[in-house]
Design a protein around this ligand. Structure first.
Ligand code: ADP
Ligand code: MG
Length: 755
């Protein structure tokens, strides 16, 4: 489709931003609005608030200070004035002149030099004057004006988008296809698609600004609902389709029950019993199980999974467990072997990881293929090494977000055999509503109770200046025959080693990103970070002093404060053998203190370790901090978590550290994590199969997500092949829903037939 203002060069720029069609452009919604109809007066501004102001330029100057060039303009209304300052903004020189009208948006700050206020690094637009054409004036002034994230420099910023979208909507007047049944919209009191698109870009006079900013107008709600409805409808269909597939109906005779019971070294918690009941309930069904077992660190997922595997083996099938790292696979293997010693059956187990020698691998593959190995534990080598199972009944995947391979399980079975059941385990506490709605194609079991007898972990914040006390404490614990972890964010050198540790980026005083032109704000983050990009130059990675690394601290501590203790180093760059050796020795108590990076984060179980010291704790995300803390307090002795902090801490960092001290509840921490980071980061983006939304925001729009889920189930029910009752809308409308579903899934999620 021809869109005015979009030539080949621009189309290329847009495509790079994921905008391929006119529709994509229409769904690129404003991220805020300015009321240029009733602009704020300067005398009502209060320091601390974030505001948008329209005023006349009085003067502009480029100031060369010792540190960096500053660009400054003064804008005024009558006798009142406001200063606006940008760092390093030589590019602004010549852009402003007295008499222009500008809109500026930013945080209002008191100004030192006078009683006037100032804004630092505000976003700005120079507003049209009488020499501009009528249309520009119509779109830019005297109305509620949409502000967009730029789609490519200043050229494709807000003003360009207003024009193009305006023309697009004009050109499509009366012909934007509806994709939801009219009756449904009426019942939910949501506007039609075209109306919603129009109002979301060009709000009618008098639309409450508050509602617009929080995406709560009926127009916003309609578009968000639409997006979530098609997500949920797709998930609903996947689940229904799975129920029709041929799986294995496992039996649970008394003999099977006895085998499951006899491996238990302790009384299961009520949550473990419930989860196992749900899992076994699925396994008895003739359709394949797809279930997520979610439980905080230490909630006892492993034993539940092992019991499920015993059910499969007792039925004459093989069971496989896949872990994300060799360390964990080995640990699972050793744990399973120990538990199965109590079993009267003694199933044959093999361990298959990538680092095994070739002939051992070959032997393992043969045993698996001939069905001699009943319980197989490994890493993704299980998929990569083209292992074909003789009779695969159940696959347990640990920490699925590191794999994203659900659909590949089919490769593991011989042709013409029924699909195995799949149980995914995750220790990432996912807020309940999100888990239920997002993993809509998985059923969910939750272990929300810790085994009895755990003493809560003592968590303390300690500034680096008091490190000496921390090392003394570590020594005292080691004297009591306990062990300690000391974790740093990087292996050696600067943070470039460790790009996944990107939490420093949300610190306004530590940003290293390029200056942001107009606000780019996709998640629920506060906008402060982008409003102060200029300080980047002061804090380049090399310049930031004193970022401690595991390697450096291993040497320093071993030679100094922890001299005489058995200290070892563990990080991701050691090869698998070395890692394993170190981990084994730590497990056996031959090492007192393990200095490490976050490689130890997931699943490692050493009950004798009682201290977790985390260096530069302000740089870690909540999920990681929580995972790390979960490594201690697993035995009878009290566990301690020490959060050491060095640099200046951002407000968000403060919030994370305080939350860690306040609570040990993984779900509570997950909620905060989700709010801070937004769902994309939270789930590790698309790896987890999490769709990239264009208008919805899973934190903000949870209620609509619930509604969409209910409506999707209702629609699928009423429109299944065997249903006549409860249909809504005409045949043509329903056909459009299905067509749209296919399109949306193919385009947005790319998952149509996967899994
Ligand atoms: P997760 O995998 O959920 O982090 P694990 O399965 O490793 O947790 O269990 C953590 C520890 O708690 C293990 O040492 C395990 O033996 C123990 N454990 C699990 N369930 C129970 C229970 N019901 N009673 C006592 N100890 C338990
Ligand atoms: Mg089954």
């Amino acid at each position: 489709m021809y869109v005015r203002g979009v030539g080949p060069r621009v189309a290329e720029l847009l495509a790079a931003r994921g905008i391929q069609t006119a529709e994509d452009l229409l769904y690129h919604l404003p991220f805020r609005y300015e009321d240029r109809q009733n602009p704020r007066s300067l005398d009502e501004l209060k320091p601390g608030e974030t505001a948008s102001v329209i005023a006349e330029v009085r003067g502009a100057a480029l100031l060369r200070t010792r540190r960096m060039p500053l660009f400054e303009i003064t804008v005024g209304q009558g006798r009142l004035a406001l200063k606006c300052i940008w760092f390093n903004a030589t590019y602004l020189n010549g852009k402003f002149h007295a008499g222009q009208t500008v809109a500026v948006y930013g945080k209002v700050e008191p100004s030192r030099s006078s009683s006037n206020l100032k804004m630092i690094q505000p976003q700005f637009e120079i507003l049209p004057d009488s020499s501009d054409d009528a249309e520009t004036r119509l779109l830019e002034v005297g109305r509620i004006t949409p502000v967009y994230e730029s789609l490519g420099g200043s050229r494709l910023a807000s003003r360009w988008q207003r024009k193009v979208i305006f023309h697009l909507l004009e050109g499509m007047r009366g012909s934007v296809p509806e994709c939801l049944p009219r009756e449904m919209l009426a019942r939910l009191e949501l506007p039609g698609r075209e109306q919603a698109l129009r109002e979301v870009h060009f709000p009618a006079e008098g639309t409450p600004l508050e509602q617009l900013q929080s995406a709560a107008t009926p127009a916003h709600r309609r578009l968000i609902f639409e997006e979530l409805f098609f997500l949920e409808l797709g998930l609903e269909l996947k689940r229904r389709r799975m129920r029709k597939r041929a799986g294995i109906a496992f039996g649970t005779s008394d003999k099977v029950r006895e085998a499951v019971r006899e491996v238990l070294p302790f009384h299961p918690t009520a949550a473990q019993k419930r989860a196992l009941g749900e899992i076994v309930g699925d396994m008895r069904q003739p359709s394949p199980m797809r279930r997520l077992l979610q439980g905080d660190v230490g909630s006892g997922k492993t034993i539940v999974a092992l019991q499920a595997m015993i059910v499969a083996m007792e039925n004459g099938y093989q069971a496989a467990l896949m872990a994300p790292t060799e360390i964990l696979a080995t640990q699972h293997y050793l744990a399973a072997r120990k538990l199965l010693e109590r079993s009267s059956r003694k199933p044959r187990m093999v361990l298959l990881t990538g680092s095994l020698e070739d002939d051992r691998k070959r032997r393992a593959r043969g045993q698996i293929n001939r069905g001699e190995a009943q319980l197989v534990i490994g890493t993704h080598a299980l998929i990569e090494e083209k292992v074909e199972f003789d009779r695969l009944g159940l696959v347990v995947v640990d920490e699925q977000h590191r794999f994203g391979v659900l659909q590949r399980f089919r490769l593991m079975k011989k042709p013409n055999q029924p699909e195995p059941d799949v149980l995914v385990m995750t220790a990432t506490p996912i807020p309940r509503t999100l888990a239920l709605s997002l993993y809509g194609d998985l059923d969910v079991s939750i272990l929300d109770e810790l085994p009895p007898g755990r003493t809560p972990i003592v968590t303390r914040r300690v500034p680096d200046e008091r490190a000496g006390e921390v090392w003394d404490f570590v020594r005292r614990e080691v004297e009591k025959k306990r062990q300690a972890y000391i974790v740093y964010p990087v292996i050696e050198g600067t943070k470039e080693d460790h790009p996944e540790l990107d939490f420093s980026r949300d610190d306004p005083d530590a940003g290293t990103g390029p200056p942001v032109q107009s606000g780019s704000r996709r998640t629920a983050k506060s906008g402060t970070a982008e409003l102060f990009p200029g300080s980047a130059q002061e804090a380049s990675p090399g310049a930031r002093s004193g970022l401690k690394s595991a390697t450096e601290m291993y040497e320093k501590l071993g030679a100094g404060p922890l001299a005489g203790l058995r200290v070892a180093l563990l990080h991701g760059r050691l090869d698998a053998d070395e890692k394993e050796t170190v981990m084994r020795r730590f497990q056996r108590g031959e090492i007192d203190v393990l200095v490490a990076t976050t490689v130890i984060e997931v699943g490692v179980d050493v009950p004798n370790a009682t201290v977790m010291v985390i260096g530069h704790a302000e740089r870690f995300g909540l999920a990681q901090l929580h995972q790390l803390r979960g490594r201690v307090g697993r035995g009878a002795a009290r566990g301690y978590c020490v959060l050491m902090t060095g640099e200046r801490i951002s407000p968000q960092g403060e919030e994370r550290l305080n939350a860690m001290v306040r609570t040990q509840d993984g779900f509570e921490l997950a909620e905060l994590d989700l709010v801070q980071r937004g769902p994309g980061e939270f789930f590790g983006t698309r790896q987890a199969g999490l769709p990239d939304f264009r208008v919805a925001n899973l934190v903000r729009d949870r209620k609509l997500l619930e509604l969409a889920k209910v409506e999707a189930a209702r629609f699928a029910n009423a429109n299944g092949s065997d249903a006549d009752a409860g249909r809504e809308g005409t045949d043509a409308e329903r056909a459009r829903v299905w067509a749209r579903l296919k399109e949306a899934w193919q385009r947005r999620y790319g998952l149509v037939e996967a899994g």
